[in-house]
Design a protein around this ligand. Structure first.
Ligand SMILES: Cc1cc2nc3c(=O)[nH]c(=O)nc-3n(C[C@H](O)[C@H](O)[C@H](O)COP(=O)(O)O)c2cc1C
Length: 356
């Protein structure tokens, strides 16, 4: 993965997000500011009877961005993970195979997959060993810091170091913390210091300032951005410009946001058999993030959660975004429960600067 790192700035990756980061979403990211440097697919579920999901394969096979796409797998059965990795490598233009060690969903963890694997380091060691032997190309991992406590990361680091990973992306929270706490950059920094491979920092990057803060506090080779990019797809362009020291960068207006929502609506509609009401429900998955900070009292988010028809949906978007002039707020509101804890990142950076 070292060969993919830009010489003059950190690498930018779009975080994998189930039922969000499909091919149409990736296309919309590309057309709004140029997108990230690297994509990661939603996870392929792996078990004894699993077949490669056709819709997820599209985000690899039909991806015309020219950017590398990592294929992510989730599962715990060694022969099935090996079989799936080899199938993906053989038949599809993947830039690498990524293993999910972070999904906190109880149904996934109970099966000892995703974040659940962090409770069984013996089995995880065996999985990493077998996958490393079986994967001819790049083998990367996306992990959380531990299951219960961030301190578990010390043992995990030893394990990652043993298996010559090509890159490690770290969501700086434990499984039990889900999305509710600030991230713990000091553990990402420990990985940067101890591992040979590039480390990508993930969690709570919602703006240029939070991205800079996470880079400062971790020394990571790259940033992986998820929910912040749903809210603001231009965030990759903004981060790229800031890292290159360019002062001029796009600042999305409310009208730009409206056009982005239109592109999402139309792009994702063409991907499935279109059903108006179901499509409005699908749009709400994105809108929960986009709505953060549109108004001071959260009225837009409240209302968008309640629309059921395209007519109501577009009327609300038009009256909120087109009827007013102005810019998208640089960050979500600090009290946002959807983007919990990002303020702590910036506070730590300013404290460090004050003490320096
Ligand atoms: C709706 C949603 C779906 C997600 N699906 C995945 C997934 O399929 N694989 C994965 O590794 N992480 C998944 N994640 C976690 C994200 O990749 C990322 O680690 C997390 O959102 C923190 O980064 P952020 O603060 O930039 O959003 C998901 C997160 C969300 C919000």
């Amino acid at each position: 993965m070292k060969e993919l790192l830009p010489k003059d700035r950190p690498l930018l990756l779009l975080a994998p997000m189930q039922e969000i980061t499909d091919l149409p979403f990736m296309r919309v990211m590309e057309s709004h500011g140029g997108g990230p440097d690297v994509y990661v697919t939603e996870y392929f579920r792996v078990h004894a009877d699993s077949r490669l999901s056709k819709s997820i394969l599209r985000s690899i096979d039909e991806n015309r961005s020219g950017k590398p796409v990592l294929a992510q797998m989730i599962g715990q059965s060694i022969p099935d993970l090996v079989r799936t990795a080899q199938l993906l490598e053989k038949y599809h233009p993947v830039a690498g195979i990524d293993l999910n060690l972070g999904c906190p969903a109880p149904v996934v963890c109970r099966k000892r997959a995703g974040g659940g694997l962090l409770r069984d380091l013996g089995h995880l060691d065996a999985i990493l060993g077998h996958l490393r032997d079986a994967i001819a190309g790049r083998f990367t991992v996306k992990t959380r810091l531990g299951y219960h406590r961030a301190q578990e990361f010390e043992d995990l680091l030893g394990l990652f170091a043993r298996h010559s990973l090509d890159a490690l992306s770290i969501h700086g929270r434990t499984v039990e913390e889900r999305y509710r706490t600030p991230v713990h950059p000091e553990w990402i920094r420990a990985a940067v210091d101890q591992l040979e491979c590039p480390v990508f920092a993930n969690g709570n990057v919602v703006s240029v300032e939070t991205g800079r803060a996470l880079l400062d506090q971790t020394g990571a080779a790259g940033l992986m951005v998820g929910r912040g990019a749903i809210r603001n797809p231009w965030l990759f362009a903004q981060l790229r410009a800031a890292c290159l020291g360019q002062s001029k960068c796009c600042r999305p207006t409310l009208a730009d946001l409206y056009a982005y929502i239109r592109a999402l609506y139309e792009g994702t509609a063409s991907a499935t058999r279109f059903d108006e009401r179901k499509h409005v429900q699908k749009m709400k998955k994105y809108m929960v993030f986009i709505a953060q900070g549109i108004d001071d009292d959260g009225a837009f988010e409240h209302a968008i959660r309640r629309v059921t028809t395209p007519r109501e949906f577009w009327h609300l978007c038009e009256t909120t975004l087109l009827a007013r002039e102005g810019f998208q707020a640089a960050e979500p509101p600090h009290q946002s429960s959807i983007f919990c804890g990002f303020g702590a990142l910036r506070r730590r950076s300013s404290e460090t600067r004050r003490n320096a």
